[in-house]
Design a protein around this ligand. Structure first.
Ligand code: NDP
Length: 259
């Protein structure tokens, strides 16, 4: 069997949080194109349903959409129950949903701080924990992939986003910890750290969109990334050709963090 066939995900059952749009949508499309059945999990159920229908129509795999707030444990537990009910198992967990707020540290309320940490760190923990428990019970391993950010490695400028940066750095260390704890279960846990990617979060944010020209001047490639440029690393990490890859972080940033 050639390498491209070995990378296929036929028969695997995956979910993607924040899968309705942006990076999550692009990755869900890639997992489906590689053959996996994919649940589109998002707080925005209307958009999630559109994405799930589009993927099923274009690829022929099984999909479903589910409304989940990743910060609510009951929602996350229900997501695992629905995966088992509809797909029979969980092989690939893509914990991707996240938010960003640009507020100077000295002006930030505790509620604003907590909202970002609760979504990005606590929500990612709840999602990865629930997936890990299901995979341990199944006894056949699995792959958990979480979206961190280049903001885990550098302090972005000029925007002030200390809660986001802290939350993303914590996600990397969380995933390394889970990789160690679950290594004996053959559950691999890795992170992807994208640089600036053109999505709603950046292109349509009133705080961030005006900064795009500045970022592009700083960027070695003089542009933002496209969500599709994260698809191949996601398929690699989801599948069996990455069987020796765990506890790793993949910076996909067009060399933004190199200097
Ligand atoms: P988008 O805002 O375009 O999409 C995120 C999706 O997640 C939205 O559909 C959003 O719904 C949903 N979501 C938000 N909060 C929750 C929640 N509590 N539970 C479930 N779903 C939720 O973001 P991106 O695609 O740009 O980003 C995806 C991930 O990638 C995030 O973790 C982000 O931090 C990270 N990232 C993004 C980069 C970028 O430049 N775009 C760079 C590096 C990392 P709704 O809109 O209704 O809130």
């Amino acid at each position: 069997m050639g390498i491209l066939e070995k990378m296929r995900l036929d028969g695997k059952k995956a979910f993607v949080t924040g899968g309705a749009r942006g990076i999550g949508k692009s990755i869900a499309i890639a997992l489906a194109e590689a053959g996996a059945d994919v649940a589109i999990v998002d707080i925005d159920i209307a958009e999630a349903e559109k994405t799930a229908e589009m993927i099923a129509k274009n690829t022929g795999v099984n999909t479903f959409a589910l409304k989940v707030d990743i910060t609510v444990k009951e929602d996350v537990d229900n997501m695992i129950s629905e995966m088992i009910k509809r797909f029979g198992r969980v092989d690939v967990a893509f914990c991707n949903a996240g938010i960003c707020m640009e507020i100077p540290a000295e002006e930030m309320t505790f509620e604003e701080w907590y909202k970002v940490i609760n979504t990005n760190l606590n929500g990612t923990f709840l999602t990865a924990q629930a997936a890990g428990k299901a995979m341990i019970a199944q006894g056949e391993g699995g792959s958990i992939i979480c979206t961190a950010s280049m903001s885990a490695h550098i302090v972005n400028v000029p925007q002030p986003q200390c809660s986001y940066n802290a939350s993303k750095a914590a996600i990397i260390q969380l995933c390394k910890s889970l990789a160690i704890e679950w290594a004996d279960h053959n559950i691999r846990v890795n992170t992807i750290s994208p640089g600036y990617i053109g999505t709603e979060l950046t292109l349509n944010s009133p705080d961030l969109a005006p900064l795009i020209d500045t970022w592009n001047e700083m960027a070695p490639l003089h542009r933002m990334g496209n969500p599709d440029e994260l698809q191949s690393i996601a398929v690699y990490l989801a599948g069996d050709t990455s069987s020796f890859t765990t506890g790793a972080d993949f910076i996909i940033d067009g060399a933004f963090t190199c200097f």
